[in-house]
Design a binder for this molecule. Structure first.
Ligand code: EPZ
Length: 416
């Protein structure tokens, strides 16, 4: 299963190119079936979740192969519309295939995605949007049975700016007769990347990145080549690592505008940040200081996915920082593990209060989820002595090789 052994107390130094974005490539992989031909996805990260998605694509009848850092998908042979329970359970965000399968096949059958480490993951907004476009969906027995003989474009409003529901709506809208207007859409940069891919394929999507997205359906499609955008949460993770351990780190191939709330928080904590072009440089020395409350929110607010790693960077700060997790019901599972190192964190519902301590001790900790696991590694870099991280399979869902990257920056991290 693998474990990380991390020796703390060493500053980070060096530069690193950031991998392609998991939360962009996953909906893009689902979108490849909208074209009866080939899509080439450059800068595709090699992740467990990408493997899970290619398994689903192969099950549906696609052929997938790697060519260097590019994943090539040939969706000409799609001849199924079901995703078996085994594959649905391998990745909670598999529900993103629903809109694309409906568009391609006119019907779809998936198991309910169920919950995950972050708490219940309802899909009511997804289903309401697809029904609005004409899908007939039966939810009995833990399976979704969807018929959409005629998807018709119309105006639909999401009751909250859900990332996945926005993406599913866009993918279903590509199969609609006429134009769909999605109101109160999520504005995450990954949705703009999905739009770029879809338009390269011949679709006609406009407005992604704003609250109103317009899709003209039933467009003729063509083979497409797309370069996946950089992963802003992986970038935030490495910035938090440099902030926690101290040092001088430059990240390359990032769009600093995508994580400005994270860099603003680290600057307020006492780090020096220099952003420009496609790089971000962070310098951190001495102890950080507590910052104003961190409230997670839909983009462009502070990203929920960066909450845990920022918390880890502030464990030894002077002062107190209050976190308010507004997106997920259960996203503080890393706190109990961090307190094993001597961190002082109090959780009350959505609020976590971090009181900085002078020292952290290396400890044995178990990763609880993807970003919570990354936070344990960030905290271990600033602790005295060795930390042992188990259940690191969570981390591999979203980071190509966290141990390798941290070693490139001078950290002492071993995977055994
Ligand atoms: C995406 O999840 C990301 N995953 C998450 O990243 C990210 O944390 C999240 O967006 C918020 O930014 C991918 O893109 C694959 P939501 P998603 O729909 O689409 C509730 C990571 O670490 N909700 O915006 O599932 C939901 O329960 C992962 O990389 C409903 O109630 O997020 C949550 O509380 C974790 N009904 C909130 O909305 C619905 O139908 C935000 O969910 C849908 C969502």
């Amino acid at each position: 299963m693998g474990e990380f052994y991390i020796e703390g107390g060493r500053p980070l130094d060096g530069s690193l190119r950031v991998q392609g974005a998991k939360n962009s490539v996953l909906p893009i992989l689902a979108a490849t079936i909208l074209h009866r031909g080939t899509s080439v996805l450059k800068n595709c990260p090699r992740l467990r979740d990408v493997e899970a998605s290619t398994e689903i694509l192969r099950h549906l009848g696609c052929r997938c192969r790697w060519e260097g850092d590019a994943l090539v998908v040939d969706a000409a042979g799609v001849d199924r519309w079901d995703v078996p329970d085994r594959l649905m359970r391998s990745m909670r965000s598999s529900v993103i295939f629903l809109g694309a399968i409906l568009s391609r096949c006119g019907r779809a059958e998936l198991s309910m995605p169920g919950g995950c480490e972050l708490g219940p993951r309802p899909i009511d907004l997804h289903l309401a949007a697809l029904r609005r476009l004409g899908a007939v969906i039966d939810e009995g027995g833990g399976r979704l049975r969807c018929e959409a003989p005629e998807l018709v474009g119309r105006e639909l409003t999401l009751s909250m700016p859900s990332v996945g529901a926005t993406e599913n709506s866009i993918l279903a809208a590509c199969g609609c007769e006429g134009t769909t207007v999605i109101l109160n859409a999520a504005r995450e940069p990954e949705i703009a990347d999905l739009q770029r891919f879809l338009n390269a394929m011949g679709q006609r999507v406009r407005g992604a990145g704003t609250s109103t997205v317009t899709v003209e359906g039933r467009r003729p499609t063509r083979d497409a080549v797309h370069t996946v955008m950089p992963d802003r949460i992986v970038a935030a993770t490495y910035l938090a690592a440099a902030a926690a351990a101290g040092g001088d780190v430059e990240l390359q191939g990032v769009d600093y505008r995508h994580l400005s709330t994270v860099t603003a928080a680290l600057h307020e904590a006492g780090c020096q940040i220099h952003s420009g072009g496609d790089s971000i440089r962070i310098r951190s020395q001495g102890r950080l200081r507590g910052i104003r409350p961190v409230r997670t929110a839909p983009y462009p607010g502070f990203p929920t996915d960066a909450q845990a790693v920022l918390m880890a960077a502030l464990l030894r700060s002077r002062g107190v920082t209050v976190f308010v997790e507004n997106i997920f019901d259960s996203r503080y599972r890393h706190v109990d593990e961090l307190t094993r190192m001597g961190a002082d964190i109090r959780v009350e519902g959505r609020v976590a209060v971090v009181c900085g301590v002078d020292r952290l001790q290396g400890a044995e900790m178990a990763c609880t989820d993807l970003r919570g696991g990354a936070a344990l590694a960030v905290a271990a870099l600033s602790a005295e002595g060795e930390s042992r991280l188990t259940a690191i399979h969570h981390i591999k869902r979203g980071y190509e090789d966290l141990a390798r990257d941290l070693r490139l920056l001078g950290a002492q991290v071993e995977e055994r």
